[in-house]
Design a protein. Structure first.
Length: 132
């Protein structure tokens, strides 16, 4: 049917990204119950070179979600990558990642669609301005 085709197309389009997300995870199809909060935090250490453990990157972030209705929630996420070396020019950069994601339940406990709006903010070493 046309409705099913449209849903599949929307799901496929929302799953694609030109920039890999900094911190992604899988979620259930459930939404946050109306009026309830969901709060999360992350602190992690990434290694860019498996043979050189001095090249580590410490990241931190958090998320906040709120149930707008029985079938809709809204989540906000912030994630910070501390200084690491740019792969192209060798400069040290910091990256801030912001996300606002509404999620809509389509079939209770089985299917939902999440539409993230992501924003990356870069700060390069030696520059006082942010590049978005």
């Amino acid at each position: 049917s046309k409705t099913l085709s449209l849903l599949i197309l929307l799901f496929a389009a929302s799953s694609c990204s030109l920039i890999a997300p900094i911190n992604s995870h899988y979620e259930s199809a459930n939404t946050i119950k109306k009026g309830q909060l969901e709060i999360g935090a992350v602190l992690k250490k990434d290694y860019f070179d498996k043979d050189n453990y001095d090249e580590a990157n410490y990241n931190f972030g958090g998320s906040f979600g709120y149930g707008l209705g029985e079938t809709v929630d809204l989540k906000f996420k912030y994630h910070r990558l501390n200084e690491f070396e740019s792969m192209t020019e060798g400069d040290l950069i910091r990256v801030n990642f912001y996300s606002v994601s509404p999620k809509f339940m389509i079939i209770k406990d089985r299917m939902a669609i999440k539409l993230p709006f992501n924003f990356y903010q870069f700060h390069e070493e030696g520059q006082n301005e942010l590049v978005t």
